[in-house]
Design a protein. Structure first.
Length: 205
């Protein structure tokens, strides 16, 4: 499976995907990295693996449609079959979602549908979880639709909050399981073991 990765940050989930490919866990290849930030750490990860990179930001285009066209051109050029959002902080244009319906996965650092939506990313999520008094958090892999963090859930894993949990300590716990489950979700798609019916997703063994 040819995967295009979208990332905005340092690229730790991108690296976890590459590691899974390297050890033979994930039968796929990364064909391009797209980032809205030219100096994102994920760009350096891609360069280290000789993976093509593309900087595409809304500020470079007059409309969302123009940005979407640019994204689709890059995806077509690299024969991308699937998109993995590995810490990508921008909304995917509707045209791209339409073209890749049920072929875009995102990772969210909480147990959706709780603590999701516009503006809920990074430490904001962990701060909200701790403030809520919840004793459990986790990570969610979900399909991407037109709204933030709303698409069908593919995979989740939980972590327990300690009595003295901080946003930093919770972030570290959640990031560890993100690195575990994102490659597993991609593996299920690459191996054709995913069945989608409306808002429900099943993974067969």
């Amino acid at each position: 499976m040819n995967i295009a990765v979208f990332a905005s940050g340092r690229g730790s989930n991108f690296q976890a995907i590459l590691d899974a490919i390297d050890v033979g866990l994930l039968p796929a290849q990364i064909v391009v990295l797209i980032s809205n930030k030219s100096d994102a750490g994920a760009m350096e990860v891609a360069h280290a693996y000789n993976i093509s990179t593309q900087h595409l930001s809304q500020r470079m285009y007059s409309s969302e449609e123009a940005l979407a066209d640019a994204m689709l051109n890059v995806l077509e050029e690299h024969h991308a079959e699937f998109i993995a959002l590995a810490g990508y902080l921008k909304k995917i244009p509707a045209q791209v979602i339409h073209q890749y319906r049920n072929r875009i996965l995102n990772i969210h650092p909480a147990l959706l549908p709780s603590f999701g939506g516009d503006g809920m990313y990074g430490h904001r999520v962990h701060e909200a979880v701790i403030a809520s008094g919840d004793k459990v958090s986790g990570a969610t892999i979900h399909l991407v639709d037109e709204e933030y963090d709303r698409g069908p859930i593919v995979l989740q894993k939980t972590v327990a909050l300690g009595p003295d949990e901080t946003p930093d300590s919770l972030a570290a716990k959640v990031l560890k399981i993100e690195h575990e489950i994102f490659p597993l979700a991609l593996k299920a798609f690459a191996e054709g073991r995913v069945r989608i019916e409306g808002t429900k997703v099943w993974i067969t063994s």
